[in-house]
Ligand binder design. Structure first.
Ligand code: MTE
Length: 320
């Protein structure tokens, strides 16, 4: 991203990276314990109670709010999974700060429940839903996806969510709907960087309807077996794993179907550097850096970037 400096030498040792097999075994164990699903829990959705206890204390509060979801083994990957603490302490959430390693702390006062999400525009059945009501109605799946930021860092994490398609089918898009526009919350009192009026807040993003209806496109409400901590975009965010990470908008409050191509936050800010499509592509450099390789957060390992981030089979047909 433009004026965001990736802290040099900020690497987490290799021994903090969890192999996928260990993680899956832990999840099986959690399921065997019969831990309650969302229906039986009163979700706190805030880390205020764990304030000052460090990131481990914060994550403990979220591990105490597990989400039951079917693990979808179709989406496992060959790379090592990123350690939970690594992923939770290296975030882009510019509403709070541009310093990746400080987001987890600054979100401590961010209340993510109760939370409503509005689905409107060119649909037959517009609706506004409480996020936990929505979660109860949706078939939750766990999918391990590769995730690639335009800044060249990458991770592999287990998201919990439901296909965006399932929600769109509920609201029944009209035949004139061609695009989906999503918007993040606006509250400068808790998100201090939203006071910076040089940036076009609130954050907004868009997809074509065909991209939104693709099987890979997930609305995410959990990670690592539990509800989403705020730094990852609680209580509900998008994940489009074949696109650069800035497309995966966090903390969504509205989804609108339209017939006009929406703008997106980074495109409005720096149109010559960030487009609408933003598909991961090793052959198209960012104007200021190469996209040929990527760096795994945590291990620091470098790998060649893969076209569509490795998901060409599922999405290449959309761009022919
Ligand atoms: N959504 C909002 N609302 N605000 C943001 O700053 N950053 C984007 C995306 N979604 C961002 C956002 C970028 S640039 C990235 S790489 C991912 O979130 C980071 O997701 P993570 O912090 O869960 O890894």
């Amino acid at each position: 991203m433009p004026y965001i400096k990736i802290p040099k030498g900020w690497e987490i040792p290799e021994n903090q990276v969890t192999p996928e097999s260990d993680y899956i075994n832990r999840r099986t164990f959690i399921k065997k314990m019969g831990i309650a699903s969302i229906g039986g829990l009163s979700l706190i959705g805030t880390t205020a109670c764990a304030k000052g206890k460090g990131v481990e204390g914060q994550l403990e509060a979220f591990r105490a709010q597990p989400l039951a979801a079917t693990h979808n083994s179709q989406f496992t990957v060959t790379r090592q999974m990123t350690d939970e603490v690594v992923a939770a302490t290296y975030n882009n959430f510019y509403e709070f700060t541009m310093a990746k390693d400080r987001v987890w702390k600054l979100v401590e006062q961010f209340e993510t429940r109760p939370w409503e999400i509005e689905i409107s525009g060119l649909v037959d059945k517009p609706m506004t839903l409480d996020v936990d009501e929505l979660i109860k109605q949706m078939p939750l799946e766990e999918r391990i996806y590769r995730f690639r930021c335009v800044e060249t860092w990458a991770m592999v994490v287990p998201w919990i969510g439901f296909p965006m398609k399932a929600l769109l089918e509920k609201v029944q898009p009209k035949s004139s709907a061609k695009y989906v526009q999503m918007v993040t919350f606006m509250n400068p009192d808790v998100a201090p960087h939203q006071n910076n009026s040089r940036l076009p807040w609130p954050y907004f993003e868009g997809l074509t309807l065909a991209e939104a209806m693709n099987d890979l496109t997930l609305l995410v409400v959990g990670i690592y077996g539990h509800i989403l901590p705020p730094q990852h975009g609680a209580p509900i965010r998008l994940i489009v794993p074949w696109k650069y990470g800035f497309k995966s908008i966090k903390s969504i409050v509205s989804i609108e179907l339209t017939d006009r191509k929406p703008r997106n936050f980074w495109n409005v800010l720096l149109p010559r550097e960030y487009g609408f499509e933003a598909n991961v592509n090793p052959n198209v450099s960012h104007p200021r850096w190469s996209q040929a390789t990527e760096r795994m957060i945590g291990s620091g390992d470098r790998h060649p970037t893969v076209i569509y981030n490795g998901y060409a089979d599922a999405v290449a047909h959309l761009y022919q």
